[in-house]
Design a protein around this ligand. Sequence first.
Ligand SMILES: NC(=O)c1ccc[n+]([C@@H]2O[C@H](COP(=O)([O-])OP(=O)(O)OC[C@H]3O[C@@H](n4cnc5c(N)ncnc54)[C@H](O)[C@@H]3O)[C@@H](O)[C@H]2O)c1
Ligand SMILES: [Zn+2]
Length: 351
Amino acid sequence: MTININLKRVVDDSYPIHIGPLPEITYEGKVAVLTNPKVAGLHLQTLLSRLKAKEVYIITIPDGEQYKNWESIEFVLERMFDHRLNRHSLLIAFGGGVIGDMGGFSASLYNRGIDFLQIPTTLLSQVDASVGGKTGINNRFGKNLIGAFHQPRAVYIDPAFLATLPSREFGAGVAEIVKMAVTFNAPFFEWLEQNDLREGDNLAYAIQKAVETKAGVVEKDEKEHGLRAALNYGHTFGHVIENETRYSTYLHGESVAIGMVMANDLACETGLMSREEAARIKAVLARYDLPLSYPIGDVERFYQAFFLDKKSADSTVTFILPKSIGSVEITDTVDANTVKKTLSKFAGRAS
Ligand SMILES: NC(=O)c1ccc[n+]([C@@H]2O[C@H](COP(=O)([O-])OP(=O)(O)OC[C@H]3O[C@@H](n4cnc5c(N)ncnc54)[C@H](O)[C@@H]3O)[C@@H](O)[C@H]2O)c1
Ligand SMILES: [Zn+2]
């Protein structure tokens, strides 16, 4: 005998992404703000001055990717219980992508899921991590392997928070902006070639374009069945670099920059993209002092490491290769020799 349980439902998870000065946020219930000591020291007062809620609790976890783990989630959930948050309470993730990913994940777990807001304070989190509802943590098997899709109720992007961001962190965010442009938005890439993000209102415009681009992709493929995977451009290579250097040499966005250069080289090698377009992408990245090369010590080991990446199903490696600026191909049919030929060009090459 079979009993069917029919749960077909229409869920509206739409939400606004505000870009501009942080407006007043009012909330009827209890609010917990998740942040870290660095962000709190720099910007918590600003947030609290805009927040009108019944009760506000601050939950602080240590700063750093190494704390994006179960222990921190457990700690955050415990504090939420201490403060007697309920299903109608709100969590605000206030910080970079690490806080955003953990805030979202905690919100997805507490009482089987409560609402949360993203208030990203790094460029990378403003243009990428805060949008799209991917939340999660790392474990010893890899990065972001545990998590949930849990969309925020709203995202508040205030570029003013970026005034205190170190320049390397700025560059790392630019790498993800370039990623959005190369994968999906050729006119935006041309704009990036002609404008410096450190001048005038250019940054706010670039954030808007990057977010629009990502939002468009997420709307079409929230759970990454296809299209959204294109946003892993540069990441297949980048993740191996991050792993080999034990997350201590490059920031995530920096290894993505190198990864995009490598992906472009592979795209040129397979005849997909022209060398001229690859050079244009490199030139934009170079302007923000991003590293563009990585001395691969052992090509075979580097190649094998692709298979440990979770985005590579079983025995194939998925590469995101530009066909031209603004259009990419998701492929798992590049033959090993071609990939290794590209990798060998980086062998021993310093950045
Ligand atoms: N969910 C997604 O779709 C998605 C997408 C991309 C990246 N991510 C995740 O995001 C994380 C990386 O995010 P990140 O680059 O923001 O790193 P991060 O959160 O570690 O922030 C970088 C550093 O900047 C500090 N900081 C934050 N705001 C600041 C400010 N305004 N002024 C000065 N310092 C500030 C942080 O405390 C930290 O030391 C990774 O864990 C990655 O997996 C998630
Ligand atoms: Zn990334």
